[in-house]
Design a binder for this molecule. Structure first.
Ligand SMILES: [Cu+2]
Length: 162
């Protein structure tokens, strides 16, 4: 299953090797990356992806220049109030005429096995692969000052205030 997913992603990456910025129906706004510390071995990136096309598109893969592996992740409550991170192999749907937000506490791009330390203001090169729009390459700034704000809290997410 995961082999098949990988193969499809690789095939898509080859098929859409030429970037199509001008005509792309996909736009990415408000992208930023975070690490918990300079020594961190993992980090994450967040953004809002909009789809101006007439058809839904699917974010199916991601690569970066800062990690051994870059994956699409989400958070899920394990039922005991603990948030677990899960690799989402099928990726995320970006609805036609709509948007899909990658936000703290929810869906995110995960950098696993950072190959260099990231500091505030550094730039991470990230390539998102969409089923229809192909590759979209971004320069994502590392922002360690950003507070988890707009949209980060999803309804349905339990908050435990004591
Ligand atoms: Cu993650």
């Amino acid at each position: 299953m995961s082999f098949k997913t990988l193969s499809l992603a690789a095939a898509a990456a080859v098929a859409f090797a030429l970037p199509a910025f001008a005509d792309s129906t996909i736009a990415v706004n408000d992208a930023y990356a975070r690490v918990s510390s300079k020594m961190a071995k993992a980090g994450a990136a967040f953004m809002v992806i909009t789809n101006s096309g007439a058809e839904d598109d699917q974010l199916i893969g991601v690569t970066s220049d800062v990690a051994k592996r870059t994956e699409l992740h989400t958070h899920k409550d394990d039922g005991n109030g603990n948030m677990q991170m899960i690799h989402v192999k099928e990726g995320f749907t970006v609805p036609a005429g709509g948007e899909h937000a990658l936000a703290r506490g929810g869906d995110h791009v995960m950098f696993m096995g950072l190959t260099r330390g990231l500091e505030h203001g550094d730039i991470v090169n990230v390539t998102l692969t969409f089923e229809k729009a192909g590759d979209v390459t971004l320069e994502v700034p590392v922002d360690l000052e950003r507070k988890p704000d707009h949209g980060a809290m999803k309804h349905g997410e339990k908050k435990h205030d004591h």
